[in-house]
Write a protein that binds this ligand. Structure first.
Ligand code: CTP
Length: 414
């Protein structure tokens, strides 16, 4: 969830500083790249070595201890951060932040950053409710700083009340929700970014589940509703593309203004896709294609016979794999609907089928996968995870995916 996110963690001098170790560990385990800045008082409670060992990054505390001559550390960290988290935050750092003071590594970084700032106060209950501290927090909140409120309970100073820093598990949850919401907002604003981005491009989209005939009244199919493929076709058209939509069995309403080529079986879809492949720029294989079909489709309705019946199935042609083997400049996107080991199966498919991107979803997750109007996906390229899209409408997922593809196509990455 926090893969690739740079979190600058400011640790200040309160007894809750010991909790910074658990926080570093949990953020790092979730994939965040954590850079710790400690105040000199924080070092009275916990060592640099502890936090350095947990984050695998150097810990900063002295503004003048410049280890890399090519950068100014506090500016570099301020620029690098996707989020600056101050935990624990004493009344002193809150006061300095509110008043724009910059007399150590942490306060200068906080003043220099344009990244979002999140503060986890931890102090004695009387300090926390002191009008000066409240006024400082209000000032910061009005500037967009967010606060993770301390919990109530027995404080280290002996008082019972509010002031105990929120537990690391809870802080990590808030941080994850923050990044998830930001991605959702980005997805919505993606519509502006997307305008005209596929103009002049021929985009082939496949949707739905193929039907493999047993006889004229019976068939094998799957749960695909076609909604994801339709949403992609619609988004591609809105982005200016010339869209060719090839659809097998679907339950979804057809996207307006897009001509659909209806197909039934994997073989029909294979032939339709191959006719469009040569001059296409982008192919998105959202269809759920049967891997096997009956060896023979009976021309007449089969009559029941014995107590059991054996149906012989033979492999269908893997369309995506064929496209992957034959592609020249075309950009190829595959889908992988999985119920387990999502990353491993998806990245295996990407390599095996020579795709540029693969969109993977765990269909056991509620709100993601077949039939729903929403989806939650991980998008991989040959190097690994490129983008995680949390639960969003299939339209938003489609837009984000196509923006990503268009950007890569523009860089000639097919
Ligand atoms: N696909 C295809 N032709 C097939 C089977 C699959 O083009 N005969 C495409 C799908 O449209 C999808 C991707 O391959 O984009 C992955 O489909 P999936 O069925 O998950 O992959 P398989 O290789 O069949 O793997 P599995 O063993 O999980 O079924």
């Amino acid at each position: 969830m926090l893969n690739g996110k740079v979190i600058v963690l400011g640790v200040t001098g309160g007894i809750a500083a010991y909790k910074a170790a658990a926080l570093c560990s949990k953020l790092t385990q979730r994939g965040a790249d954590v850079h710790v800045i400690m105040t000199s008082s924080a070092k009275q409670f916990i060592t640099e070595l502890t936090l350095q060992s947990l984050t695998k990054n150097p810990v900063y505390s002295d503004t003048f201890d410049e280890r890399d001559p090519s950068v100014v550390s506090h500016i570099h960290l301020a620029d690098l951060a996707d989020l600056v988290l101050v935990a624990p935050a004493t009344a002193n750092i809150i006061g300095k932040m509110a008043n724009g003071l910059a007399d150590d590594m942490l306060s200068t970084t906080l003043l220099a950053t344009t990244a979002p700032v999140m503060v986890c106060p931890a102090m004695n209950v009387h300090m926390y409710t002191h009008p000066a501290v409240i006024a400082n927090m209000e000032t910061l909140a009005s500037r967009g700083v967010s606060f993770i409120e301390p919990g109530e309970g027995l404080l280290a100073c002996g008082y019972v009340g509010k002031g105990r820093m929120e537990e690391p598990e809870k802080i990590v949850e808030v941080v994850e929700t923050f990044f998830e919401q930001r991605e959702t907002e980005d997805a919505h604003s993606g519509s502006d970014k997307a305008a005209g981005i596929l103009t002049g491009k021929k985009v082939v989209v496949t949707a739905g589940g193929t039907i493999e005939r047993i006889d004229p009244v019976r068939y094998i199919t799957n749960d695909s509703s076609g909604k994801m493929g339709f949403a992609i076709a619609k988004a591609a058209k809105e982005m200016g593309a010339d869209v060719h939509l090839i659809a097998a069995h679907t339950d979804a309403a057809s996207p307006e203004g897009i001509k659909i080529e209806h197909v039934e079986s994997a073989q029909d879809m294979y032939e339709a896709v191959m006719r469009e492949f040569e001059d296409s720029d982008l192919i998105v294989k959202a269809a759920a294609v049967a891997d096997y079909r009956p060896a023979k489709a009976a021309p007449l309705k089969l009559k029941k016979q014995g107590e059991t019946m054996t149906l012989e199935l033979v492999k269908t042609t893997d369309i995506l794999e064929t496209l992957g083997q034959n592609k020249k400049s075309q950009f190829l996107i595959g889908f992988a609907a999985e119920t387990n080991s999502v990353e491993q199966y998806a990245t295996d498919k990407l390599r095996r089928k020579n795709c540029d991107l693969i969109v993977a979803n765990d269909v056991t997750q509620s709100g993601a996968g077949f039939g729903t109007d929403t989806n939650s996906v991980h998008i991989y390229d040959s190097e690994g995870l490129v983008l995680h899209l949390p639960l969003l409408s299939k339209e938003d997922i489609a837009r984000r995916l196509l923006v990503l593809a268009a950007e890569r196509m523009a860089k000639g990455e097919a």
